[in-house]
Design a protein around this ligand. Structure first.
Ligand SMILES: [Zn+2]
Ligand SMILES: [Zn+2]
Length: 343
C-alpha cells in the first residue's frame, strides 16, 4: 500500500510506493530497452486497447480515437476513503497514498512525437488534459494535479509510445507551495503578478525569447537549471490552465510544436521532461477554507520544458543548486536560429 511521508528537515513529501518495484533488479532494468520498443505488444497502440485499464476519457470520432486517458497500471497514488493523516513513531507525519494517477496516450501512432503531430492533434491532447484536470479537481481531497511528460529513458519514460501523465496529490507539493508563497509576497507589496512582470521584461529584452505567437511566449529562464531549458507563458494573465478557450488551446498547441521542433532539430531526439504549473485545486478543502485567497491575482500558469542533458548528482541533491554549463542567452539564440523550414 503506497503512503506519503514527510521529511522533517525539508518539509518535502515523498511517496513511498513499494508495489512499483519489488526487487533491486526491477529498478536496474527500468526502461533499458526503450528505443527498441515496437508497436507489437505496445499497450498504447491502436488495436491493443484491451491491454490498459478502462478509459477515463477519450477524444474520438466514432470508433476511431485520437487521444485516450487511462489509469496508470502502476499507480503511485490511488483512491482511498480518507486521508488517514497521523503522527507515527511519536513524531513523523504520514497519510494514505490518496490520489489518482493517469496516462494520456497522445496519439494512436507509436512513432509520432509532438513535433511531428499536426497542431490540431496537439490541441486534442490539450483538450484531454483540461477535461481530466477539471474532473479531478472536483474531488476536494485532491489538492494539486500535476501534469507532466517524460520523454526518453533518461527523463524517466518506461514506454516509447508518446504519452504524458497526470497525478493528483492530497497535498500541494513543496515545489509548488514555494513558488505560490513567493508570488503572494510579491503581490502583497506590488499588487502586480510577479510572472506577468517577468514575462514583460523578457519580451522587452528579447534575447532569451525562443518562440512567440498571439497567445504565448517561450523563453529560456534567466536562471535556467538545465541547458536549453525553456518556459511557455500565456500572455493573458491567468492562474488556471483549465480555463483556456479553443483559440488559446490551438495557440498553445502551435507554440509547443514549434518550440519542441526547435529543440529536436538542434539537438536530436534528446530526453526531456515537461511540467505544467497551474493553480492548486480552487475548491476549498474541508477544514482549510480559502487558504490561497489572492491566487487568481498573484499566480500565473505556465509550462516548463526541462531537457535532461546534465546529470543531477551530489551537489544538486545536497544544496538544491544546479550547475548549468549553457548560458540561457546562448541557448535561446541557438534555438531561435533553427530554421523550421527544415522540419
Ligand atoms: Zn505504441
Ligand atoms: Zn500574471
Amino acid at each position: 500500500m503506497p503512503e506519503l511521508r514527510r521529511g522533517p528537515t525539508n518539509d518535502r513529501w515523498v511517496i513511498v510506493a513499494p508495489e512499483r518495484a519489488k526487487r533491486p533488479s526491477d529498478f536496474a532494468k527500468r526502461g533499458s530497452e526503450l528505443d527498441e520498443q515496437q508497436p507489437e505488444g505496445c499497450p498504447f497502440c491502436a488495436g491493443n486497447e484491451e491491454m490498459t485499464p478502462a478509459e477515463t476519457f477519450r477524444v474520438a470520432n466514432g470508433k476511431e480515437w485520437y487521444v485516450r486517458v487511462v489509469p496508470n497500471k502502476f499507480a503511485a497514488l490511488q483512491d482511498y476513503d480518507d486521508l488517514g493523516r497521523e503522527a507515527i513513531e511519536g513524531f513523523y507525519d504520514r497519510m494514505n497514498g490518496v490520489g489518482a494517477h493517469e496516462v494520456v496516450v497522445e496519439t494512436p501512432e507509436h512513432f509520432c512525437e509532438i513535433p511531428d503531430l499536426p497542431a490540431e492533434q496537439i490541441k486534442r491532447i490539450i483538450d484531454a488534459y483540461i477535461a481530466r484536470l477539471r474532473e479531478l479537481m472536483t474531488n476536494p481531497w485532491f489538492r494539486y494535479v500535476i501534469l507532466f511528460r517524460n520523454h526518453g529513458k533518461e527523463a524517466g519514460a518506461s514506454l516509447l509510445h508518446p504519452h504524458s501523465q497526470i497525478i493528483a496529490t492530497p497535498v500541494v507539493p513543496q515545489e509548488v507551495r514555494n513558488s505560490l508563497n513567493i508570488a503572494r509576497a510579491y503581490y502583497e507589496s506590488k499588487e502586480r503578478c510577479l510572472f506577468c512582470d517577468v514575462m514583460l521584461a523578457e519580451i522587452r529584452g528579447g534575447h532569451r525569447v525562443v518562440e512567440e505567437n498571439d497567445g504565448y511566449v517561450a523563453w529560456a529562464p534567466y536562471a535556467s537549471r538545465f541547458p536549453f531549458e525553456f518556459v511557455i507563458y500565456p500572455k493573458a494573465h491567468s492562474h488556471d490552465f483549465t480555463t483556456l478557450d479553443d483559440d488559446q488551446r490551438l495557440d498553445l498547441a502551435w507554440i509547443l510544436k514549434r518550440s519542441l521542433q526547435r529543440l529536436t532539430l538542434l539537438l536530436g531526439d534528446i530526453p526531456y521532461n515537461f511540467v505544467l504549473k497551474t493553480t492548486p485545486n480552487p475548491v476549498p478543502r474541508p477544514g482549510k477554507p480559502g487558504y490561497w485567497k489572492t491566487l487568481p491575482y498573484d499566480y500565473h500558469w505556465r509550462i516548463a520544458v526541462l531537457p535532461r542533458l546534465t546529470r543531477v548528482a551530489g551537489f544538486e541533491w545536497g544544496t538544491g543548486f544546479y550547475i548549468n554549463p549553457m548560458p540561457p542567452e546562448d541557448a535561446a539564440r541557438h534555438l531561435r536560429e533553427v530554421d523550421l523550414a527544415d522540419a
